[in-house]
Design a protein. Structure first.
Length: 304
C-alpha cells in the first residue's frame, strides 16, 4: 500500500482508490443470495430472525437443547467458467471446534470459506452457519486513514464500543497502540488488530483465510501461540484455511484435506501435547497429510 495514498485527506482520494481500500463488509446474514437453501443454523424454523435461541432445531425430550452446530453444509457446489471448484461438499463444525482446511492452490479452500462468510452468492446447496461470524484474511485490510481503535470498532454499533475494543486490544498485546496509524504497524501487529476486530464482535464462528501466510517465521510462531490462547479463552468455532501442513497439525482439533473440489480426508487432529514437530505422532500425521496432498516419498523427505 502506498504511503502517500494513506496520508491524503479523505476528500482527495479518487473513487477508485477509495473502492480498492474499502474493507470487506461484515459477512451477510444467512439467507443471502445463494441459489441453495441457506439458513441461520441456530434459528428454529419459522422463528423471527431477531428472536431465536441458539439451539438446534428440534429439542431433546425433557426440555434440554442439543447445542447448535456452527456450520452445517450439505451438497455444496460452486462453478467458475464451467469448472467445478466445489463439488458436493458436506461439512459440519461444532461449537468451539478448531478445523483446519488444507489443500493445494486452486483446490477450493478460499472459495469454501467465502461461501460460509456470505461473500460468494453463487454457490448452491444447503448452507447453514452461525449468526455471529467474523473473517480474517491474509491481508489485515485495515483502513489507513483510521487509527487502530477506530479500525477495531468499525461498524460495531455498541454503546461501550471503545471500552470493549480497548479490552480486546489489551488481550492481543496492543493496548498501547490504540492510537497508532495502520502504516506504523508491523505485519504481525496489523494481523493482531485484525484478530481484535474479529473477536470484539464475540463471534460464534471465525473464518481465517491463511492469516499468517505473509508473516516471517518468528512472527508466525508468536501468532500461533496467540491464536491458540484467544481461541481457548473465547471458544469460537474456527475454520482455518492453510496450505501449511505443520500449521494445521499445530493448531487444529480436526484436519480436512480438500482436493479438486472434494473432501478427500477428514480426520481428528492430535492431542495438544503431541503436536510438537518432533513427536512421533506428529511426524506420522505429517506424512499422511503430505501424501494426501500428492507428495511422493522423495518429496516428503525433502519437505521434512
Amino acid at each position: 500500500m502506498r504511503a502517500d495514498l494513506a496520508l491524503k485527506p479523505a476528500g482527495h482520494r479518487t473513487d477508485r482508490e477509495a473502492e480498492r481500500l474499502r474493507p470487506v463488509p461484515p459477512p451477510a446474514a444467512a439467507g443471502g443470495a445463494f441459489s441453495g437453501r441457506v439458513e441461520d443454523l441456530s434459528r428454529p424454523e419459522g422463528a423471527p430472525l431477531r428472536q431465536f435461541a441458539s439451539v438446534f432445531p428440534g429439542t431433546a425430550s425433557g426440555g434440554g437443547h442439543a447445542p447448535a452446530l456452527a456450520v452445517h453444509v450439505r451438497n455444496l457446489h460452486r462453478r467458475f467458467d464451467g469448472r467445478d471448484v466445489l463439488s458436493g461438499i458436506d461439512l459440519d463444525i461444532a461449537p468451539g471446534e478448531f478445523v483446519a482446511l488444507l489443500g493445494r492452490s486452486g483446490s477450493g479452500k478460499s472459495t469454501c470459506l467465502r461461501v460460509l462468510a456470505g461473500l460468494d452468492g453463487e454457490a448452491s446447496g444447503t448452507i447453514r452457519v452461525a449468526a455471529r461470524r467474523a473473517v480474517v484474511f491474509q491481508d489485515a485490510r485495515l483502513i489507513p486513514w483510521k487509527r487502530v481503535l477506530e479500525n477495531v470498532t468499525l461498524g460495531l454499533g455498541l454503546r461501550n464500543a471503545g471500552e470493549t475494543a480497548l479490552r480486546v486490544l489489551k488481550e492481543v498485546g496492543l493496548a498501547d497502540r490504540a492510537g497508532a496509524w495502520p502504516l506504523t504497524l508491523s505485519g504481525g501487529e496489523a494481523q493482531r488488530v485484525a484478530l481484535a476486530r474479529a473477536l470484539v464482535r464475540a463471534p460464534e464462528l471465525i473464518l481465517l483465510d491463511e492469516p499468517f501466510g505473509a508473516l516471517d517465521a518468528l512472527t508466525r510462531i508468536r501468532m500461533h501461540a496467540l491464536l491458540r490462547e484467544l481461541c481457548s479463552r473465547y471458544r469460537p468455532a474456527v475454520l482455518f484455511v492453510t496450505h501449511d501442513v505443520d500449521e494445521a497439525i499445530l493448531l487444529a482439533d480436526r484436519i480436512i484435506v480438500l482436493g479438486e473440489g472434494r473432501i478427500t480426508l477428514d480426520r481428528p487432529g492430535l492431542p495438544p501435547e503431541t503436536r510438537d514437530r518432533g513427536d512421533a505422532r506428529a511426524i506420522a500425521l505429517r506424512g499422511q497429510l503430505l501424501q494426501e496432498l500428492g507428495l511422493d516419498s522423495a518429496a516428503q523427505k525433502a519437505a521434512m
